[in-house]
Write a protein that binds this ligand. Sequence first.
Ligand code: ADP
Ligand code: MG
Length: 627
Amino acid sequence: MPVFLKLVFRNRLAGAGAIIIAALVLTCLLVPVLPLADPDQTDTAHRFIRPFSEGRLLGTDHLGRDLLSRLLWGTRLSLAVGAVAALLAATFGTLIGVTAGYFGGRVDAVLMRGVDMLMAFPYILLALAIVAALGPGLLNALIAVAAVNVPFFARNIRGISAGLAAREFIDAARLAGEGHLRIILTELLPNVLPTIIVAVSTTIGWMVLETAGLSFLGLGSQPPQADLGSMLGEARPALITAPHTLVVPGLAIFVIVMSINLLGDGLRDALDPRLRSGALARPSPVTLIERAEVPAARAAPGFLDLDALDTRFRVGRRLYKAVNGVSLSIARGECLGLIGESGSGKSVTALSIMGLVASPPGVITGGAVRLEGEDVLALPYAALRSLRGRRVAYVFQDPLSTLHPLYRVGDQLTEAMRVHDRITDQEARARAIELLDTVQIPNPAERLSAYPHELSGGMRQRVGIAMALANDPDLIIADEPTTALDVTVQAQILALLDQLRRDRGLSILFITHDFGVVGQLCDRVAVMYAGRIVEEGPTAAVLAAPAHPYTRRLIDCVPELGGGKRALTAIPGLPPAVDSLPEGCAFAARCDRARDVCRTGTLDLAQTGGRAVRCLFPETTATEDRA
Ligand code: ADP
Ligand code: MG
């Protein structure tokens, strides 16, 4: 809860609103025990006493009643009526909205047409008509105000519920055999609740105002009972002679409504899940970079060099060390495989290269990314942006979520070109056709007008690759591009990438968790574990003789066709959480070769003849050496 309050108070106005409302509510609760004059006690000898007089802090009204006492009792009543009306409207509105949204079809049509009928009347006229029918009085005013606000809630909630009702988790609950009521209460309602809370908090202000309006017209609270609206109404004849009788309730209404609305806005922001996750500010277009020092450039720079790259996530008080001193080098035309279990930091490494890690919470706290010797992380935003897509392009795992569902494939391809180049429609179209042809999509000209959902998974990934190729980049970073595909399509995509690399001299950083894929495509491979590189070397050599126990076990996980009966061994245990990495080797807890020394100090990446391993007892040493 403190995080939530902190979020509310981040917005100063909302914080001020919260404080005022809290003070008001507290005062209103204490009113019965405060030493106040009787609010209804008339004293015609002392009418219209000015404020700040002896014993009368706010003066008296036209009947000599104490204004301070009436103000406090009136505020108490107005706030209570506003809150109750808002809760009533929210309850009935939610009931109607959730029912209509969840069941849809005829239920939806009947309920929503009823709501529409209510909405067809001008708002305040409807409230007046209801009070006229029920007779004047505060309770009837409350009912009228609540009733005219039901449609607002019903429509709002219905829209959200209808969207949620079509989602997979609701289907899953149905498949699990849950009843409608249970699904609504446990699946739907918790997801609608933040919206309801926000809507209530922003409408209480309105309700206070509307009730005051009805009371002002004499239809709400009846004399001598004080509420803010009736105080205002009674003071109207004395507008010129005793303006304070009018200013006091007027100011009170203003302050109450303003602070409720400011607080409501703050609540809305604080309840937004994206803000709650720790991303307090708008994400910036470049990852935040806080480097104390920049490592020196390499003596023999490759095409892309990562030097001791550190990327962290700051979430609340936790610090997730997702990427920990990662150094990699890719030569021109080379394919480097980056392999590791899910959560080992491969994607964050890949996104850090072009400063694409979301900030907040991501921060690059050290290291350098050098593209042909130039420090990418030191570049101004415009220069970095011109590199993105033009020299370094990405292909992601799930093409369905990278392609925009509402645009045609052709438009998305040409958009990728237009970001960097000024070209005519014909040129763009011709190039798009050529690209689709390059990635071996049949009938490319016709496919340009297809929507992503009209293509198969393999086709969509081909389009993803075509988009990456649109600006003829030098490096493609492919983040598990075949994980979502079946094996035959995977083989085609791998063959395509391999061919593109040979035809165009592309460098590829290929991220995967599958050693089988690495073996087919990559010249060299780097194995990542808990944010660190634990082994690196030429693919063939690493596959033939893995040095790190983790690498060996990863290779053991790959099934082999026709290789005789071999036990497939899963790696026991889980990788450590990157916000609490152990000392020494992060893999020690799961390793069958680990000894006590493995769990202390820091381990270096030991280089030997083109290979590197971060292990005290690598597999390549004989078992006797371990003693
Ligand atoms: P993978 O190797 O599967 O691609 P990632 O690079 O996506 O793994 O994630 C590496 C680590 O970084 C994970 O342990 C994850 O918990 C952490 N991480 C990634 N994104 C965030 C984030 N936005 N906030 C906090 N931690 C994150
Ligand atoms: Mg990943």
